[in-house]
Design a protein. Structure first.
Length: 134
């Protein structure tokens, strides 16, 4: 929503279809992230509720996206700093909230990052194949 608002300042209000598709892609991404976190907790036999890690990670993702907007204006690759910060926050959540050791928390953070990068990109590629009404 914040990225749509920032884009609309420069180019005007977007059509409703891209906004709805964007919301759908974000919802599917959060769903896949919840599945990955839940399966990780189950595989590692960590007795932590899914919500204890999912809710802070969703807030971290929102924070990283908000921070990435002004960083993107400085340069296209500088927004990667926001993603690095996101990995550090997820790692810390795994350590503190999940009780994971360092190596497991790093792997958990990288898994979450892969989900947060791969799922939206794959869904955008799928939606690009749908012809737009003209």
């Amino acid at each position: 929503l914040a990225s749509t608002a920032a884009l609309s300042v420069e180019t005007g209000l977007p059509a409703i279809e891209p906004v709805v598709i964007g919301f759908f892609i974000q919802a599917v991404t959060i769903g896949v992230l919840a599945l990955a976190i839940g399966q990780s907790l189950s595989f590692l036999k960590i007795e932590v509720p899914l919500r204890a890690l999912l809710v802070p990670i969703v807030y971290f993702v929102a924070l990283a996206q908000i921070i990435a907007i002004p960083l993107n204006m400085l340069g296209s690759n500088i927004q990667l700093l926001a993603m690095l910060g996101l990995v550090l926050l997820i790692w810390r959540a795994g350590r503190v909230l999940g009780g994971m050791n360092h190596g497991v928390a790093i792997a958990f953070a990288l898994l979450c990052l892969m989900v947060l990068v791969a799922v939206p990109n794959a869904l955008y590629m799928v939606f690009l194949q749908i012809p737009s009404p003209t």
